[in-house]
Design a protein around this ligand. Structure first.
Ligand code: C2E
Ligand code: MG
Ligand code: MG
Ligand code: MG
Length: 289
């Protein structure tokens, strides 16, 4: 049957691709006016110190509420925003919104904002960041910019200059999703990161005996610590994983176990409380969805 279906399969595959392209185009068209129509909002996920469960900051994550489709995940629309160039304006809006929200949080609680490689390649980025800080009154050291290794793909003198300009502003830099992609150690030598965020794919199952992920996390933490960088384990969902992550020397934890991304008001309350407590599943062999 497989052979007989060969042509049909090919035809359906082609139609799927056309359908996919149409869907993408439709989303892109809708994305174009979404900012002006107020369809975006920002939610905040707590980042917790492994040592004492204090809330040290929040990661700002953009949400798009499509008038017809409902919530569209950033995993789906960010790539479209990047290809169409719309990420420049969306990213700037997220930055300004997050800085304004975080300015009202107590103490030294930080906010982390994702910066797309497209934004990073724009020489205006330091000016935009400086303006967001000035308008919000947020001190530079309380802003962390999360960058993926995508910024190194067209490695050039200008990316070195960009790192220096951003550091000169006094903001913090984090390398996001570390361990996925190429993860060249050369990136760590060259760029002035304050933190490495260990991708959730390594945290998944790290508590299961014999899992290699724990060894990989341990190696990344040793490297980062030696280089004077903090480490955040991303995607920690299960209470048992907290002890394991702590044992591996990770300085920070971010994941559903300490809180899902939440509206600004809830984040402000949690920031004021100052401590996080774990919730949810306790066993390491819980089924994962
Ligand atoms: P990211 O920067 O690595 O953000 C972490 C993602 O992991 C978020 O997904 C968060 O909700 C999810 N997450 C956190 N803890 C857990 C957990 O315990 N379990 C599971 N299963 N997931 C967890 P989200 O919000 O869907 O964002 C996905 C990606 O979209 C982000 O990955 C980031 O690359 C991108 N993104 C989100 N907001 C922005 C933005 O404002 N600008 C840019 N350029 N990219 C953004
Ligand atoms: Mg991130
Ligand atoms: Mg990440
Ligand atoms: Mg990610």
């Amino acid at each position: 049957a497989a052979k007989a279906d060969g042509r049909g399969t090919h035809r359906f595959y082609h139609e799927d691709m056309l359908e996919g392209a149409r869907h993408r185009k439709a989303l892109e068209d809708d994305l174009r006016g979404a900012l002006a129509r107020g369809e975006f909002h920002v939610v905040y996920q707590p980042v917790v110190a492994t040592r004492d469960a204090s809330v040290v900051g929040f990661e700002a994550l953009v949400r798009w509420e499509h008038p017809i489709r409902g919530a569209v995940s950033p995993g789906e629309f960010i790539p479209i925003a990047e290809e169409s160039g719309l990420i420049e304006s969306i990213g700037e809006w997220v930055l300004r919104t997050a800085a304004a929200d975080a300015a009202g949080w107590p103490g030294d609680v930080r906010v982390a904002v994702n910066v797309s490689p497209i934004q990073f390649a724009n020489s205006q980025l330091p000016t935009i960041v400086a303006s967001a800080l000035a308008n919000s009154g947020l001190p530079a050291h309380r802003l962390e910019l999360e960058i993926t290794e995508g910024v190194f793909l067209n490695e050039s003198a200008s990316s070195d200059a960009m790192f220096s300009s951003l550091k000169r502003l006094g903001v913090r830099l984090a390398l996001d999703d570390f361990g996925t992609g190429y993860s060249s150690l050369g990136y760590l030598r060259k760029a002035p990161f304050d933190k490495i965020k260990i991708d959730q794919s390594f945290v998944r199952g790290a508590a299961v005996t014999g899992n290699r992920n724990a060894a990989i996390i341990q190696a990344i933490v040793t490297l980062a610590t030696t280089l004077g960088m903090e480490t955040t384990a991303e995607g920690v969902e299960i209470q048992d994983e907290i002890g394991l992550i702590a044992g591996l020397g990770c300085s920070h934890i971010q994941g559903y176990v300490y809180g899902r991304p939440m509206p600004a008001e809830a984040a402000a309350e949690m920031a004021a409380e100052g401590k996080a407590s774990p919730s949810g599943v306790r066993v390491s062999r819980a089924p994962r969805l």
